[in-house]
Design a protein. Structure first.
Length: 94
């Protein structure tokens, strides 16, 4: 019986360790916006998201911080963000 419990605990731990975050962002504005992305201890990366452009899985399976102008949004799981009128909003309630 203890082998069964140990197997279940091991399977749960492995699934939690491999949980990936899918973070998407869509620019619904009519102008381009510069986004800064911070993932873990790595140096922040800034990129241009063109008007109407979307990007998926930008946090490479980790939690991250998105910054647009003075607004920073920290991710905590699967999230989708949208840029409207120069502001960054969560479409998933995060």
């Amino acid at each position: 019986m203890s082998n069964v419990i140990a197997s279940i605990v091991c399977a749960i731990a492995m699934s939690l360790a491999s949980a990936a975050y899918a973070v998407d962002v869509a620019n619904q504005d009519d102008k381009d916006h510069e986004i800064t992305l911070s993932i873990g201890e790595a140096a922040p990366v800034t990129f241009m998201l063109k008007a109407g452009q979307s990007m998926t899985d930008i946090c490479k399976g980790e939690s991250c911080v998105l910054m647009l102008n003075e607004t920073a949004r920290e991710t905590g799981g699967d999230e989708a963000f949208v840029i409207k009128e120069g502001n960054l909003f969560s479409r998933t309630g995060g």
